[in-house]
Unconditional design. Structure first.
Lengths: 205, 205
DNA sequence: TCTTTTATAGCACGGCCATGCTATGTTTTA
DNA sequence: TAAAACATAGCATGGCCGTGCTATAAAAGA
């Protein structure tokens, strides 16, 4: 088996363990068992526990960024002009990629938040956590700037502030759906996001 | 020393350890050292590690609820009518109690989010986490209902949805300030909150 | 075919942990 | 003053952990 593929398979096992049992149980032993490998095999691909965690965190952020970028290209590509309704729908769909709307994305949100919480006191993870946060802020800023250019934003809106607000909303929805499972269904999350974006456009006022 | 006071002092030590080193380091040994006690002494007041964690989580939620309730009484007391500007200011101040605007409240946010993350996979903590979340949702709902009665809310606004949106915003701001220290200052958080509440009132449109 | 590299596996050590149990002061009560 | 209750302290056990190191098998290259 290809080494890189193997590493990714082990990272998948990390995700499953973190989601099911919590990050505190993602020991080399438990991850190896989850991956169906001996602990020695896992250590053949990763120098130690720290390297495994860093790789898994990288893998997760890469996954999120890839998904978001695909949608961002559709939304921000000026070659295919969109109607305002299409614009709103595309924006909702893109930002919804960040929300735990299905089991797969819920797992991602849980894992990501677990890593972010741990990164707070772990220097080797802090950079990645902050990086993704900055990326999210930059992305929402670009979306709002695009909306302004298309005349789909209140003229007096403060883009930097609104980007912060949109980020906080997305993070908050993810947090609640991840940490309080069952209290926030996909439908409600989408409705909240749609309401927020609609309130930002002038036609809604 | 009064037993209950001693228990609270130990809980304070838990908060310091969690904030400084992370919840995964809040062992009986580390907490005892932080509190300046022997491990046996801590165990005299708490049956075990689990009981200590549950008590600390209770203590933290009680602290948050107490602070919020004080402000809520001011805001929702119909005996002293407020001007619209006062209403907005009071609402901002009350909801700001939930935000990590200073070091004390940042500690609380960090500790609370750490507990909430852990509670996801720990039955004995889950109830407390969900309870506080429900309380926050109920509180924002009451505030929005009060605003509606005072004519300070768009008539067509969906209160249940807006309560969810406000909760998510507050949770998101707390999350970002707690997990990405230095990237979100108190001033910006307040500005975001104020912008959100202002956008909910009809005079702003 | 023989050798070298790669993959898989796991033992053994020392560290930190929770906890059962015991010991020693210290206060309160009789 | 004697005894009972409480507070403080810590030892000993057994468990999970990361990691250094070794062992065996498979594959690749000579």
């Amino acid at each position: 088996m290809d080494p890189e593929e193997r590493r990714r398979a082990v990272a998948e096992a990390v995700f499953r363990v973190v989601c099911r049992d919590g990050l505190e149980h993602a020991s080399l032993r438990n991850v190896a068992a989850e991956a169906g490998l001996a602990i020695g095999s896992v250590r053949h691909y990763f120098a130690g526990h720290t390297e495994l965690m860093v790789f898994a965190m990288r893998e997760m952020s890469a996954r999120l960024i890839t998904r978001l970028t695909v949608h961002a290209e559709h939304l921000l590509d000026p070659s295919e002009p969109l109607t305002s309704a299409e614009r709103l729908e595309t924006a909702v769909r893109m930002l919804a990629e960040m929300l735990p709307l299905d089991e797969e994305r819920r797992t991602e949100a849980v894992v990501w938040l677990s890593f972010a919480a741990t990164a707070r006191t772990r220097p080797e993870l802090r950079a990645h956590a902050d990086e993704l946060y900055d990326g999210l802020l930059a992305l929402t800023t670009r979306i709002l700037e695009g909306a302004r250019r298309a005349g789909r934003l209140h003229p007096e809106a403060d883009i930097a502030l609104e980007a912060r607000r949109l980020c906080a909303l997305l993070d908050g929805l993810s947090l609640e759906a991840a940490f309080h499972p069952g209290r926030l269904d996909a439908c409600t999350m989408l409705a909240v996001l749609r309401a927020h974006l609609t309130a930002l456009t002038p036609s809604a006022g």
